[in-house]
Design a protein. Structure first.
Length: 178
């Protein structure tokens, strides 16, 4: 999908949880990974690593990694595991989240559906993902990104319904007005 501008891309990007059986092309995944590798990080430590998963058995196992919020892996044709080396930076979680968001936006730009599945500190999720992907104990799994061609359509964000009261100028105000 070719968006005219960044705002339009943000407005259109939604979490997609149902996918067709069409496999995601390697070129699209490579593009997403290049975008993630360009994400900013604290002191340019780049604490992230990414594991691309296409194996159907692993994807279906990811679907059961959480009680709620991981079922999109039942139909996903690929996933990217966002792994962090927490020893490199005290800002590792923010760095990983920024890189993951780059993956999500790049997926949308490529006409793919994607959804973040939080793993860090969630039930037994991290241990399962580490086991399935052979991730060393000294690494942390922040999230899984499900990928595939969309088998559902979601409405764009309605910019008239944005919560502008969440924006403050100069100081915090509980009586905020733009």
């Amino acid at each position: 999908m070719n968006m005219d501008n960044f705002e339009q891309l943000c407005q259109h990007r939604r979490s997609i949880r149902k996918y067709t059986a069409q496999p995601v092309e390697q070129e699209k995944i490579d593009y997403m990974l290049r975008c993630a590798l360009m994400a900013p990080s604290s002191k340019r430590t780049n604490p992230w690593e990414f594991i691309v998963v296409r194996d159907e058995a692993k994807l279906r196992a990811f679907a059961g990694c959480r009680t709620y919020g991981s079922q999109m892996f039942d139909t996903a044709t690929a996933a990217i595991v966002v792994v962090l080396d927490t020893s490199l930076s005290d800002a590792w979680m923010a760095d990983g989240a920024i890189a993951a968001e780059h993956l999500l936006l790049a997926a949308e730009e490529q006409g793919l559906g994607a959804c973040w599945c939080h793993v860090y500190c969630r039930e037994a999720s991290e241990e399962l993902v580490k086991h399935l992907c052979g991730i060393p104990e000294d690494r942390t799994v922040l999230c899984l990104i499900s990928l595939g061609y969309k088998d559902e359509e979601r409405k764009n964000y309605d910019i008239t319904k944005l919560k502008y009261e969440k924006i403050h100028n100069e100081t915090y105000s509980s009586n905020n007005s733009r």
